[in-house]
Design a binder for this molecule. Structure first.
Ligand SMILES: *Cc1c(COP(=O)(O)O)cnc(C)c1O
Length: 366
């Protein structure tokens, strides 16, 4: 492919699993096709944004939804929306002191750096971060004592980045929001469950398009109809600098559709795709191959090869596979025991054929 030649890069087949150093995951063909349709056509953009949002809301069993340029934009726009509440003066003067409710209360241990600080995004939306509790503790009471007539919303970050110990639960945060009649935003950027937090009673839930959903660079906010309308209104104000393109709007919808229908690939599907690969591998002299399950017992199956070759050890094969211009990355934890595994979750049939070809060359069978 041209891009590899243009920049002098190795083409990579990722048979090692979901590895950030290789680019985590690739978008599915359905996503790419949707992006192309987006790129090649015109739309009435506000209509496109509203109607894709309505469509996603139905899929996600939420009152309403809207696509954003990222989860970060989702946080900033949610904050701006809940401060402005549809007010036109606020729209054109987002940081005006005419709006007196700007406080966004969150547990101190949730104000983390995920690449940027959560507080940076809250402030971009015009919010003032009020950290409740301590770095290592936040009780419901500690949230409640921060609530004043200046409070605009509560914010809860559901993430492995946050302090996990001694933090109030989502259910407890929901109960406080209900008790004081305040909106609750949950940042669930990297979470896998697209239903759970709305069901739990959050008013707005923010997701990243490029993480669990494996979509293009984008974000998603689901929640209450009126709040989502206020977020969309922000596109005529500070949301303009966070514009999301038509290609990624359509791409994210396609990614969510396939994420919901296929989820992550099932073990049965992996076994089915592995069968022809393993039988091709077994035709190569100097190795034997079989399907093995993930040692931790997860629903993941891989092709294992055991190297028994007069010249090459498994460690040498692993090294040779990584040599460009076609660099093949494997799971090599057991290579010193003569075994190499291929994780095919990010590998196509064509790429499996390329792996077989390269192994034949390495083992001198061309
Ligand atoms: C990744 C992440 C974000 C930001 O997501 P983007 O779509 O990259 O903006 C926000 N919050 C948390 C907790 C994250 O992990």
């Amino acid at each position: 492919m041209e891009v590899y030649e243009k920049y002098g890069l190795n083409k990579v087949i990722n048979a090692s699993g979901k590895m950030t150093i290789l680019g985590v995951s690739k978008v599915r063909p359905s996503v790419f096709e949707a992006q192309q349709i987006g790129g090649e056509n015109f739309f009435e953009m506000s209509d496109l944004l509203e109607k894709t949002g309505d469509y996603l809301a139905k899929l996600l069993k939420s009152e309403s939804a809207t696509i954003t340029s990222s989860a970060s934009a989702g946080i900033a726009l949610s904050v701006a929306a809940l401060i402005g509440q549809g007010d036109e003066y606020h729209l054109y003067h987002p940081y005006t002191d005419r709006m007196t409710k700007r406080d966004i209360i969150m547990p101190k241990g949730h104000n983390v750096n995920y690449g940027t600080g959560v507080d940076v995004m809250v402030e971009q939306g015009g919010g003032k971060v009020i950290e409740a509790g301590f770095a290592n503790e936040c009780t419901p009471k500690q949230i409640e004592i921060e609530i004043t007539e200046k409070t605009a919303a509560l914010l809860y970050i559901k993430s492995h980045h946050t302090v996990q110990k001694s933090m109030l639960s989502i259910e407890e945060m929901v109960a406080i929001a209900k008790k004081y009649d305040l909106p609750l935003i949950i940042d669930a950027a990297a979470e896998e469950d697209l239903f759970k937090y709305i069901e739990a009673g959050a008013d707005l839930v923010v997701y990243s398009g490029g993480k669990a959903i494996e979509g293009p660079s984008s974000g998603l906010v689901v929640g209450k109809k009126e709040y989502i309308r206020w977020i969309q209104l922000q596109n005529k104000g500070l949301g303009r600098s966070m514009k999301v393109g038509k290609d990624n709007i359509l791409g994210l919808v396609a990614a969510i559709e396939s994420y919901l229908s296929d989820g992550s690939e099932s073990g049965d599907s992996m076994k089915e795709r592995l069968a022809p690969f393993v039988s091709q591998l077994n035709k190569i002299n100097g190795l034997t191959s079989q399907v093995v399950q993930d040692p931790a017992g997860r629903d993941i199956f891989r092709a294992e090869i055991k190297i028994d070759h007069k010249e090459k050890t498994a460690l040498e094969v692993v090294k040779d596979l990584k040599v460009g211009p076609l660099a093949i990355y494997t799971r090599d934890y057991q290579a010193n025991n003569g075994k190499i595994e291929f994780d095919i979750r990010q590998v196509t049939t064509d790429e499996m054929n390329e792996i077989v070809k390269k192994l034949m060359i390495i083992l001198g069978e061309d």
